[in-house]
Design a protein around this ligand. Structure first.
Ligand code: ADP
Ligand code: MG
Length: 701
């Protein structure tokens, strides 16, 4: 049955074709339902008229009443602004206009009283108001009505011109509510409403637009947030379940000889508890008969590679091939070397396939894959080219997820008739609550324990003025045999400027650390791949003391002897990037340092970022802080997911509610997986509506 909320917006009184077109274009509002969910983003309180003497900086907006006189037009040839004096029986305040000057000059009758509503600002120790709302005072609008909370709506210049400013929105929504309020169906069963003390769906929708009082507004917000998050979690959990039931996976029955030999004879250290737990989780997925889609989160240095390798060995034990995909050539090569080293004398062939693999080798690899002679293939995107054919691909590890596009990953699925199990590893921790939404339909494993004996990196922040001290410190460290990274920001928009910064910086460093005593490498994005590689290798082998670079070294590069990370213009980096960079040091036995250099002038946010870095080494805590500082829209890779288009919930602020609604949804689905019980009828109906016409996208690819 089509609901009244699917009705095209053109049917609404007061919305003609022109407005409808603009609403669709500007806000994607096409139906009654869309408009109903265009909520105010804040409210202004007109419940009380204040005296001018009461104006203070505690409240943002004030409603005042008085006479408006003493016009002044300021400017030489052209009027730049117009000011008036608002006067009541307690004092006066200046009102200012910078636009619409001709009109405002004639706006006021000095004999009449006006209601003035706006945001006071302080100028020369006095309050004034710029561009306040103005209304002639009448007996009706000056009557103290108890509560006048007025919603303020997002709008655009185009919509304003068409009569849909904030007030305009308010008007058409009022019309809409009058027409439809009786058809708004409840969607949460009474037992949930009672348990969590929520008002009804319709009441919430009315009060979010036209709050009767602050209490009801709060209740409306609470109810609508709950709804939004709860149904999202329901959806994610159901998708996960359906996906599991639908997609068959290779069954890896045994943990066999190869795994056991490695575990007992070649493992260079004891696994951490977290590593063991995660391997168990993966193991269980692999024998379940369902395809695994698992996200492995673990801070830099937490030992994800080893977990990946041991999981690969299980696949190999069961006669399958495995692939290990990294985002860059440098990283692929490094993983290749790491795996070979870890496997040591075990005689398990490992192949490396990247963009620069020579044609002859490439051919050999293709042959070996098809003859089932190559159980492990490490590489870059080159791995998913169509020409690469496996005889029996069973398991794929993808390192550093955010660098791969969805379409690229989808290609993996075509490499075998039954899709391989997929393990995605990411070292950019995301807050648990965000993971619950973004990856709510995936299985998530977390390594939350560092290998023993690591010395936490010490982080310090220095202003530019302390550079000499920092240089002295660098010399000291080099004398002790350590190596140092110096990293410059690279931001796309100003690439040339950044490159200049880097080159200037390099020249300064060479001046401070001259040959022949010191050797300095430099690596940046404009260099040829082989030159980059050459410089990286020199540094890795310990032939150079300092590596000056852009963020190309951000991910994964492993030089245990490098124990100092100097980050230039640190205030220009995002938190997660700073954390990634810091993860490049602290890999050896020595005390490591991360030095954040910044200019003296810091934005509030920039300062908070640096403070957070100095305060903690915990990637998850940093991710939380990042989410709070920047909001979820900027977290890497989340924007395109479309998962964050909430009407009212806020991922950064509603973490507790996200966790709670997930728990509630999971509990309900455990009790009643098909939502068949009578008490869950309303949920069943709502979920059907939500799934209608949706493709299931629960797989990672
Ligand atoms: P990640 O990929 O999670 O950043 P790695 O897998 O590169 O971390 O591991 C970081 C370092 O820690 C490597 O040198 C690795 O050999 C070592 N390592 C891994 N697991 C352990 C462990 N259980 N005990 C000691 N060292 C470990
Ligand atoms: Mg790694």
């Amino acid at each position: 049955m089509p609901s009244v909320f699917d009705t095209n917006i053109t049917y609404l009184k007061g919305v003609g074709p022109r407005k409808a077109e603009l609403l669709a274009k500007e806000f994607n509002i096409r139906t009654y339902g869309d408009l109903l969910y265009h909520f105010p983003f804040r409210y202004i309180d007109k419940s009380r008229i204040y005296k001018i003497s009461e104006v203070n900086s505690d409240k943002t907006y004030f409603l005042l009443k008085g006479k408006v006189s003493n016009m002044k037009a300021v400017g030489d040839k052209r009027t730049r602004y117009v000011s008036f004096l608002l006067t009541d029986d307690t004092g006066s305040m200046e009102l200012l206009w910078f636009r619409g000057l001709q009109w405002i000059k004639k706006r006021f009758d000095p004999q009449k009283e006006y209601l003035i509503f706006g945001k006071p600002s302080v100028f020369k120790n006095r309050f004034n108001m710029v561009h306040p709302e103005v209304e002639e005072a009448t007996p009706e609008n000056t009557m103290v009505t108890g509560n006048r909370l007025e919603g303020v709506y997002h709008t655009t210049e185009k919509l304003k011109t068409a009569g849909l400013g904030s007030r305009g929105f308010s008007r058409i929504i009022q019309t809409l509510l009058k027409e439809t309020v009786s058809s708004i169906q409840e969607n949460l069963p009474p037992y949930l409403q009672e348990k969590y003390q929520m008002i009804g769906h319709a009441e919430a929708l009315v009060n979010i637009h036209f709050p009767k009082n602050t209490t009801l507004l709060e209740k409306a917000v609470q109810r609508l947030k709950f709804e939004e998050l709860f149904f999202l979690q329901m959806e994610l959990l159901l998708q996960k379940k359906i996906q599991k039931e639908k997609t068959a996976g290779h069954v890896f029955k045994n943990v066999g000889e190869i795994f056991n030999t490695f575990y007992h004879q070649h493992l260079p250290f004891t696994l951490t508890g977290a590593q063991k737990r995660v391997i168990r989780e993966i193991r269980n997925d692999m024998k379940s008969g369902k395809q695994m889609n698992r996200l492995l989160q673990g801070d830099v240095g937490s030992g994800k590679t080893l977990v990946a390798l041991m999981s690969m060995l299980i696949a190999i034990d069961n006669g399958y091939q495995t692939a290990f995909m990294a985002p860059t050539e440098i990283l692929a090569t490094q993983h290749y070397n790491t795996l070979k080293k870890l496997l040591g004398k075990m005689n398990i062939p490992v192949g490396l396939l990247t963009g620069s693999t020579k044609a002859k080798q490439r051919k050999e690899i293709h042959q070996a894959l098809q003859n089932h002679e190559l159980p492990i293939l490490v590489g870059t995107h080159a791995l998913i080219e169509d020409t690469v054919k496996f005889s029996n691909l069973g398991f794929v590890v993808i390192d550093e997820q955010h660098r791969f596009g969805v379409a690229q990953r989808a290609k993996l699925w075509k490499k075998n008739t039954i899709p391989p199990h997929v393990l995605v590893m990411t070292a950019t921790p995301i807050p648990r609550t965000l993971a619950m939404t973004l990856y709510g339909n995936l299985d998530v494993s977390i390594i939350d324990e560092m290998p023993p004996g690591r010395k936490p990196v010490k982080t310090l922040h220095f202003f530019e003025s302390k550079r000499l001290r920092v240089i002295g410190f660098m010399r000291e460290q080099i004398k002790k045999g350590r190596q140092i990274y110096v990293v410059y920001p690279l931001i796309k928009e100003s690439e040339n400027l950044d490159l200049k910064n880097l080159i200037d910086g390099y020249e300064n460093i060479v001046r401070e650390f001259p040959e022949p005593e010191y050797h300095v490498s430099v690596v940046h994005g404009k260099m040829k791949a082989e030159d980059k590689e050459f410089e990286m290798q020199r540094f890795k082998k310990g032939e150079t003391h300092i590596m000056v670079s852009t963020t190309v070294i951000e991910v994964g590069v492993d030089v245990p002897n490098a124990s100092v990370m100097v980050i230039e213009n640190a205030e220009r980096f995002g938190l997660s990037q700073l954390h990634q960079l810091r993860g490049r040091v602290g890999r050896g036995a020595d005390q490591s340092w991360c030095i954040l250099m910044s200019g003296n002038k810091l934005s509030n946010e920039g300062r908070k970022r640096l403070e957070t870095m100095v305060r903690t080494n915990d990637g998850f805590e940093i991710a939380e802080a990042d989410l709070k500082l920047r909001g979820p829209g900027d977290i890497q890779g989340t924007r395109q997911s479309g998962m964050l288009d909430f009407h009212i919930a806020n991922l950064a602020k509603d973490g507790v509610l996200i966790a709670r609604t997930r728990k509630i949804a999971a509990a309900i689905l455990t009790e009643d997986p098909q939502l068949q019980k009578p008490e869950n009828f309303l949920l069943n109906r709502e979920m059907k509506k939500r799934f209608k016409g949706k493709t299931i996208w629960a797989r990672i690819s």
